[in-house]
Design a protein around this ligand. Structure first.
Ligand SMILES: [Zn+2]
Length: 251
């Protein structure tokens, strides 16, 4: 069944265990995958945990040994992660590159509203149980990202005369956007934290792939035709992109 090769990783791991890394307890989630040929270790920036994929022949004892042998590698990976900045009352987080303070109003049904504090600082006012605030705010940011991206994708698609497929939002560290062969576009929701011209550039980049499925000079010419800020946006992501992955991370 070739389709099994493309099946998504299960949301619930098959097993887990904890390790100590630099005096911190780190959860290792273990997933078995009969298509895996080797052990695959990944660090999740969003949850500060480790995901280990085991081939079907691997035992839990092998899993422990494998993680033990890769402690130094894991330490380096964790040291490279941006500082976590959880969504919590009082925290200041960027929305379209403008700092907003998070406030919680315990009453209400969990809606998010933008208002201002007495000192004129824009606030993200989240109503409802504070225990649900991080998830509510993450959902809200994703909604904002979707709206901004859908609008910018439509603008660039119009200029380049292409029809984009479905837009989906992801939270991957490896890429800000991608374009599939069927025209489906996916983006990191974190782009809504960045300046609007940066989100606009990533939208233009992926839309241009609907004409040129490569990074040839012809592709870059298309991107520059439809997005004037290409150079500054790329530079911004190179310098600041990493920090965006610490925002909304709950330990
Ligand atoms: Zn590209």
């Amino acid at each position: 069944m070739p389709l099994a090769l493309f099946s998504k990783q299960k949301a619930v791991p098959d097993d887990n265990f904890d390790i100590e890394l630099d005096d911190r307890k780190i959860r290792v989630n273990v997933t078995r995958n009969r298509n895996a040929r080797r052990f695959i270790l990944r660090v999740s920036a969003a949850t500060r945990s480790v995901n280990l994929t085991l081939p079907s022949r691997g035992s839990m004892r092998d899993a422990h040994n494998f993680v033990d042998r890769h402690q130094d590698w894991l330490k380096t990976q964790f040291a490279q992660l941006p500082d976590p900045r959880p969504f919590a009352p009082g925290a200041i987080v960027p929305l379209r590159d403008t700092p907003h303070q998070i406030l919680n109003v315990a009453t209400g049904r969990g809606v998010v509203q933008i208002s201002k504090t007495d000192d004129d600082l824009p606030t993200l006012c989240v109503s409802g149980d504070p225990a649900h605030l991080p998830r509510r705010l993450t959902d809200w940011f994703k909604k904002q990202a979707r709206a901004d991206l859908a609008r910018q994708v439509a603008i660039h698609a119009d200029i380049l005369g292409v029809t984009p497929g479905k837009i989906s939002l992801r939270d991957t560290r490896s890429r800000w956007g991608s374009c599939a062969a069927n025209g489906a576009l996916s983006f990191s929701w974190r782009l809504v934290l960045a300046p609007p011209h940066v989100l606009d550039y990533v939208a233009a980049h992926e839309v241009a792939h609907l004409r040129e499925m490569n990074h040839s000079p012809a592709f870059w010419a298309l991107v520059k035709d439809t997005c004037a800020d290409t150079v500054t946006a790329k530079e911004w992501l190179k310098t600041n992109g990493r920090d965006l992955h610490g925002i909304g991370v709950t330990l």
